[in-house]
Design a protein around this ligand. Structure first.
Ligand code: M6R
Length: 607
């Protein structure tokens, strides 16, 4: 997730506005920054790694001449946060500049093609190929607009793109597929940005570009066309009435609820990983005599879920290990034949890094899954995957949890196929099921908001909650409970349902709410017994189950019904979502700040 801002002014310099616009988008990424402007027919580019204000001051970017230009604040996805990888990227001749937010899935093959045609690519980004594709198309003696369109038609993946060129120095050409882009018009000029807050100081008259659309901006306005066949699209401006602060949170009152609602998008991002990295991790995982899944907090819950996926799909025993316990628990046995797959949103968690140091000292193979390019985890891992969730501002992990699961599920599936543990047909079936999940999460969010708020009204005064699930749903229970603890501070317990009768059941008394996770699947039979045990002791049962599951619905006081058809091995991804909502709305009801729970830090970098 990166931030884009651009503008064509009728008069005056654009650079200070780009600086201001990018500052307002800093929440989208902040590892490097760059501007490109055109003045007197010459393209100027300045960029570097670092925070926006530091880089702009150091390179005197606010003094760049020109009344039109584009700027970018980066959240690295391909290539480390270094100057060479910062946007804008230019063609071989330095005549055109491109900025991009998103992931180009077919960039390796396009890069190869461009290298064969003697293009010189300087960065490790997927974005740079776009500049060279346009340059290549321009050799066919067509207009800039045609060249940009032809290039965009070749891109697979997600993108919001802005291009400027000395060939047409009064225009910015933009396109969008799945990454946001909004246009704005004022009496002083025309703007484009990843998000409304960037342009609110200049205009509140905006129009949202949709997937598959392309637009040409000049100082007097914009024209929107379809990328597919250049048909002109008529769309009128909308007036934005949000305050600046509301706009940064997309109109939501808190980042946490914004991030919960972003999950359909972040999950689609997690399904768009580069196959070669997935392949590399799969191959390295397969080499291990044993696999440890190492993490802390929410990421540890992902690892617990993954241990079920690896076992069920790939027939691999993978041990989930809490980072702070790893050395004592497994230190003597870990060795050269061990693979340690570390999961860390930040890539900077002290306990995880300390355990990694130890594993490396014992010559184990360390692999990583993280959301932060350039983090320590990416530097100490033999190979790693970036989960593509975009920055998460809320201290409680929400969208990064579901994306971690999506990455781990894909690894488990690849391993299963590679080892021949499932047939190609079964693999296709699992893959199709995974591909449905973003839509299922979207539906879950749409249909449950009011219902969950009603549940918060009904159960909000309770002093204790218990979360139970069987099989992989025990990881969902643990994560749902952690969200309740972090966001509301209400004491609660989470257990594998079968284990609850070995002790925890002693705290159940009349009226205690017990939340059961009951997706259909292998663990579904056993859950009914668990519900009966709790009901017999007076518990009130809230079930998260598949819609139309009449047996569970009949046994429950309240239900959250989930869309049908998701395999239980992937169920933690959608099933945790309504419970994230529950904890969020309960925090709001209690007048707590969900974005910054007490005593917690987003990244725990201390022992
Ligand atoms: O950045 P990491 O994934 O390594 O962070 C691990 C935990 O600190 C983190 O998941 C923490 O538990 C969150 N606050 C959970 O919401």
């Amino acid at each position: 997730m990166c931030g884009i801002f651009g503008g064509v002014l009728k008069k005056g310099a654009i650079a200070p506005l780009i600086h201001d616009g990018l500052k307002r988008l800093e929440y989208r990424g902040y590892d490097s920054v760059g501007f490109a402007t055109i003045d007197a027919g010459t393209l100027q580019v300045k960029k570097d790694a670092g925070r926006i204000d530091d880089v702009v001051r150091r390179l005197k970017m606010n003094n760049m001449p020109g009344s039109m230009g584009i700027g970018h604040t980066r959240w690295a996805t391909h290539g480390a946060p270094e100057m060479v990888n910062a946007h804008p990227h230019t063609d071989c001749n330095g005549n055109l500049a491109v900025i991009h937010n998103g992931v180009i899935e077919n960039f390796m093959e396009l890069k190869e093609e461009l290298l064969n045609k003697s293009h010189i690519l300087k960065s490790r980004t997927d974005t740079e190929i776009i500049a060279h594709l346009i340059e290549e198309e321009l050799k066919g003696d067509i207009s800039l607009q045609e060249a940009v369109l032809k290039s965009i038609r070749r891109l697979e993946g997600s993108y919001a793109i802005a291009v400027i060129s000395t060939l047409d120095p009064g225009k910015i050409l933009v396109a969008r597929n799945e990454s946001p882009l909004v246009l704005g018009v004022s009496k002083d000029g025309t703007f484009c940005a990843s998000d409304v807050p960037a342009m609110l100081p200049y205009t509140n008259q905006v129009v949202y570009l949709r997937n598959g659309e392309f637009a040409i901006l000049d100082q007097d306005g914009y024209e929107i066309r379809l990328v597919s066949d250049s048909t002109v699209v008529e769309r009128s401006l909308e007036e934005i009435t949000w305050s600046q602060e509301m706009a940064e949170k997309h109109g939501y009152p808190h980042f946490t609820i914004k991030e919960i609602n972003e999950q359909p998008t972040s999950l689609r991002g997690a399904l768009r990983l580069q196959p070669q990295y997935l392949g590399l991790l799969t191959a390295l995982l397969d080499r291990g005599r044993e696999v440890f899944l190492l993490a802390a907090g929410t990421s540890y819950h992902s690892c617990i879920a993954a241990s079920y996926m690896f076992s069920r799909l790939a027939r691999i025993t993978a041990f989930p290990a809490i980072s702070s316990e790893f050395i004592e628990q497994y230190g003597s046995s870990v060795g050269v034949d061990s693979v340690v797959l570390c999961v860390s949103q930040s890539g900077e968690t002290y306990d995880t890094l300390k355990a990694i140091d130890y594993a490396r000292m014992k010559a184990s193979t360390v692999l990583g899954i993280t959301n932060s390019v350039g983090s320590t985890l990416t530097r100490v891992s033999r190979a790693y995957i970036i989960q593509q969730s975009g920055p998460e501002i809320g201290v409680a992990a929400t969208k990064t949890f579901t994306s971690q699961l999506m990455v781990l599920a894909q690894l488990a599936l690849r391993l299963a196929l590679m080892k021949g543990k499932i047939s190609q047909d079964e693999g296709d079936d699992f893959r199709e099921n995974l591909l449905r999940i973003p839509d299922v999460v979207e539906e879950t969010l749409n249909r449950n908001k009011t219902h969950v708020m009603d549940l918060v009204d009904k159960y909000g005064g309770e002093q204790l909650f218990v979360f139970l699930g069987r099989g992989i749903s025990s990881s969902t229970a643990l994560e749902a409970r952690l969200k309740l603890l972090e966001l509301t501070y209400v004491p609660s317990l989470a257990y594998p349902a079968g284990e609850s009768k070995h002790g925890p059941i002693s705290i159940i008394e009349e009226g205690v709410p017990v939340i059961f996770l009951c997706p259909r699947g292998e663990s579904r039979k056993g859950i009914v017994g668990g519900i009966m045990e709790m009901k017999a002791r007076g518990a009130r049962i809230i079930s998260v189950c598949e819609e139309g599951d009449h047996e569970i619905i009949g046994l429950s006081d309240d239900v959250i019904e989930m869309p049908k058809g998701i395999k239980d091995i992937f169920s933690p991804i959608p099933y945790v979502v309504p419970l994230q909502l529950f904890s969020y709305y309960l925090a709001v009801q209690k007048d707590l700040d969900p974005d910054m729970p007490r005593n917690l830090a987003k990244s725990v970098t201390v022992p």
